[in-house]
Design a protein around this ligand. Sequence first.
Ligand code: ZN
Ligand code: ZN
Ligand code: FE
Length: 758
Amino acid sequence: MAGRRIEVRGTVQGVGFRPWVYRLAQRLDIRGRVRNDPRGVTIEAFGTDAGLAAFIQQLRVDVPSSARVVNLRSSSIPTVPVEGFVIESSDLEGTKALTIPPDLATCPQCLAELWDPGDRRYGYAFTNCTTCGPRFTIATGVPYDRPATTMSKFEMCSACQREYDDIEDRRFHAQPNACPDCGPTLSLLRLDGGAAHASEPLANAAELLTRGAVVAVKGLGGFHLACDASNAGAVRRLRERKHRDEKPFAVMVANVDAARQVAEVSAEEEALLTAPERPIVLLRRRGETRLAAEVSPDTPLLGLLLPYTPMHHLLLDAVGRPLVMTSANVSDEPICSENAEAVRRLAGIADAILLHDRDIAIRCDDSVARVIAGIPTVMRRSRGFVPRPFYLARPVSRPVLACGAHLKNTFCIASGDTAYFGPHIGDLETLAALQFFEAAIDSMQTILSVRPEVIAHDLHPGYLSTRYAMMRDDAIKVGVQHHHAHVMSAMAEHGLRGPVLGVVYDGTGFGEDGTSWGGEFLLCFPDRFERLATFRPVRLPGGDLAMREVWRVAYSLLHDAFDGSPPVDALGLFRDIAPESIRVVSQMIDRGLNAPRARGVGRYFDAFGAFALNRPFSTYEGQVAIAWDHAANESIGDAYAFAVDRTETPMEVDLRPTVRAAVEDLLSGAPSGDVSARFHNTLVHLTAELVERLLAEHGSPPVVLTGGVFQNARLTAGIVEKLSSKIKVLRHAEVPPGDGGIALGQALIADAFLGDKG
Ligand code: ZN
Ligand code: ZN
Ligand code: FE
């Protein structure tokens, strides 16, 4: 006989890990005990050497589908006589089960029951078990136990209680366990004056959907607005009512086969679609499909997701066609979560609401992912991921709250060797968003039992996230530069302490000199950075207005490239712009009035897209830039000229020759797709050239690509391909490359800045 202590870390609580260990121990004749501890699960195992080796081997390779073992350490302990194998309750030892798992997609066994007419949960929309179901979105406190969830108001029937108490049952300690006799129920509320069939809410909702209605659906982390994705009229109606003119809608399809009918799905993309997190996956849309073109105008990409609750499975089955599933908010407000609030906000938007009576404790939008140049990349980390721990290569010295950025806000709490991202908050521009931000921070602090001693925030004084930080008087505040935070997030993802050469391309971020940065080559350490190169600034006439009226940026870029005499008459872009507006913009630039300088690479995408595609306006952030990416003609391999001004520090990339060459190309009749390809190739060349040069000067540190622009697959793939034969280029995967990922970097920089002393 021998004894081992085995410490397992990762997502191992609330996912059926301990019962699984118990059954494994039974099978391999291992004695001992398993318990939750604040950092994961600890097992004390006694058995023969061969038995223990097999036991540990299984723990490494074959865990429950929703569990994720990040680290497993085992050490010898003295053998003591023990009877059998026991699961020790966490509470008895006075430790708290700190880690609440993320919400988990319905597992295959629960699905089988859902479709089995002989099963007592046949057709039951809230079926779940130890390895699947709601978690984070129903948690109201710690430890994660039924009384601390919004399931506390449902008393389990005797059949459910038996399952819950039976260690051999796959519903042992499944906190949201429920059945049609004792659990939550659905109801349908008509907002259009029609009568609902009280007995068949789901079938009734499905029938309305097939007739072209807009139906709000209460799900796990909030409400969706659904409509028939193959009905152009229905999709248009939804757009009008939601004031969402052109932004693509996500579409839910029944399964992978249904996904393949409307989009191209690679093996990696299939893995993303079917992962327990069930994110929206951006895929290349097929040419001829049953989907209405109105679903995603203007982009060849389609956001697809598979059902992740029994209710979604039932609904998709009942309608038998893909459904638009877009979060039920009015334009840029956060997703709504309460029934009464939903009824109030959705009147006039939805024709009916499919409701249920299980409360949402904390709202959580769908996550978004995409395979970018071969790497599955999380672009929005929310439902299914939150609050999964992210392990730090080096612990922080004190608990830190990082407030994130302004757009696509996500905050982060770091404590010890673990960091937790909060849910996607969205653009912090409205009171509703700020309230959600504050409430979500409060919830996460409670759930994690963390009181931050440090609050990290962006340098921009006007951001609501910065103002929130300023208002908290219970912690030390540390301002962190936006692009430094981007690089640090990528460093954390790869366990790097620096130096690292970070290439940061994004739309905007407050620089240390008070101007807008966004095309940065930074030599980074956790507590400091050196700015080695940047882009020549472009004036943004009208400030933020230039984000939507991208013709202003185009004008500004042309004005600079053509020494004050842009070829306005030759370019179609300006045909429909009032001459008076052009004159005003020109004066703003000449006088430097309300025309701040910005260096964001995203602005170059906007500007080139505008003048080459004749697209004066962007109805949402990045619209023209995305169209510009997708316009590129794959077969064009050459590039335009560019210049680099090396006389200053940081040196400056100068794209004026590129602008002139592109205009000349267009005026001599080149298709815009060729111009787009050459523009992208130019950025690839200049990035590679600068990286090689800077590496040579700075001792060849690792290179990371980060910032929202690296969601552009063409640019990313081009740079990686050009450099990877000589240089290892690291990218994001679990942490979003865009502003949704910077909170992690903010937290680590603030901690490093304060140093090791208390
Ligand atoms: Zn299940
Ligand atoms: Zn029951
Ligand atoms: Fe950014």
